[in-house]
Design a protein around this ligand. Structure first.
Ligand code: FES
Length: 198
């Protein structure tokens, strides 16, 4: 069964709903920031959300979080490098984050993980030996209405199904030119809804 893409209505509404950064994944971080009312002691929670959303903590992300929480960048960088569960480098050439938050879990998100685990022999938090594919899990990606939700190479896949997700990952990993060009199961960029996590 194909995943259900959700598209914005028109270019104007898309522009209106776009994150100022141009990358709507920052909306997910913004929701966590708002949930914690931009309190500086929410830094670790915000960094968790950032890593779950982007797969790793880039310099740009650290700068963004530091600015939003009004913390020195050196402090944010120090925290990000102190804890082993934060990564400052991309895990794999291609990355898939499966949300295992409550709303997604009850919609069989664990089956998505099991399918990818079986296909690639890796657990969430690991990558394949050739570093081509990294698998992660998240607690809530803030789009519960689209559960189960997956981030594949930064694109949100809503209402993901095991077979079609596997096909999407295989297409992403295929050498360029070998992916099926007309495949309607390819990842589809969507506008993240402005909803709070469950
Ligand atoms: S629980 Fe998965 S997006 Fe909220």
């Amino acid at each position: 069964m194909a995943t259900t893409p959700v598209r914005s209505q028109n270019p104007q509404s898309r522009a209106k709903n776009d994150h100022p950064s141009g990358d709507n994944r920052f909306k997910i971080i913004d929701r966590t920031l708002k949930r914690f009312q931009f309190q500086q002691d929410a830094l670790i929670e915000v960094l968790h959300t950032a890593q779950e959303t982007f797969g790793f903590l880039s310099d740009d992300l650290l700068v963004y979080v530091a600015r939003q929480l009004k913390l020195p960048l050196s402090w944010v960088y120090g925290v990000a490098t102190f804890y082993h569960f934060f990564s400052l480098k991309p895990q794999g050439e291609h990355n898939c984050t499966v949300c295992l938050g409550t709303a997604c879990y009850v919609k069989n998100a664990a089956e998505l993980v099991a399918t990818l685990r079986k296909a690639y022999g890796i657990e969430p938090g690991q990558m394949t030996p050739d570093r081509q594919f990294g698998l992660n899990s998240a607690r809530c990606l803030g789009s519960c209405g689209l559960a189960p939700v997956v981030l594949l190479d930064g694109e949100v896949v809503g209402r993901a199904q095991p077979e079609s997700l596997l096909a999407q990952v295989q297409a992403a990993l295929a050498p360029s030119g070998q992916a099926s060009g007309e495949d309607d199961s390819a990842p589809v960029a969507i506008d993240l809804p402005n909803e709070e996590p469950a």
